[in-house]
Design a protein around this ligand. Sequence first.
Ligand code: ADP
Ligand code: MG
Length: 271
Amino acid sequence: AAERPVKLDCRGVWKLYGPHIDRLLADPSNRPSFEDLQAAGVVGAVRDADVQIRQGEIFVIMGLSGSGKSTLVRCLSRLIEPSAGAIEFDGTDLLSMSEKDLIALRRTKVGMVFQNFALLPHLTVLQNVAFPLDVQGLNRATREARAMEMIRTVGLEGREQYYPRQLSGGQQQRVGIARSLVGEPELWFLDEPFSALDPLIRREMQDEFLRLQNLLHKTIVFITHDFEEAIRLADRIAVMKDGQIVQTATPEELILNPATDYVAEFTKHIP
Ligand code: ADP
Ligand code: MG
């Protein structure tokens, strides 16, 4: 099969919250330090992040709660506007894209899964999974056939008429996964998709996720605060701390050559 060059490049992305951000970022050659930001009363959610996500890989962003993972991924999908930096998707400058093109991109090329599942409670499993297709001008039979296929793929056949509250956490997240994949996205963002699940179910979902990826070969950005999960799933890992990426490497490289003491703290518990 021909390689589709799905690539996401993000260079020097900043996301600050608070006063005087334009002034703080005015001089690209003299960007503020963590201390400068604190003194100015600004939250430096993400600072100077560089990531290159390659076709077909599972790229994991790993860091403790509050380290800026969700903010970075929201910038990458342009759910929020970065304060500075450049993001390219398949050679197109994402930051200068029109709102209309952006909406189209999110509907067709990008799938997202969130920690809290974000299902619509008054819709059935089938309706939830078919939901992203509603705007694509497909007829109902086609929408439902495509949704059913995804429901089977994630192992929920027989549950299509259930409502979210009638399902376990793991099953609800399978619905979230099916819904994020039904539009056949090329780029797949998952923000702590398994963090709310019990350890045993989490493990099962990780296996399931790897099985799906073997089948679908998406380009994936996967967020977790759990280093073991990162090691299990990742082709490459970016470790975040205080809004910055401290190291990007394969799991093996991270374990063998942690760039800082901070990274070494995570890796020393891995057998
Ligand atoms: P993570 O996903 O790694 O837990 P987040 O990206 O959610 O981290 O948050 C990173 C930092 O940015 C945190 O200190 C958080 O409080 C701050 N932050 C996130 N969103 C906002 C916002 N809308 N306004 C102000 N601060 C925010
Ligand atoms: Mg988060």
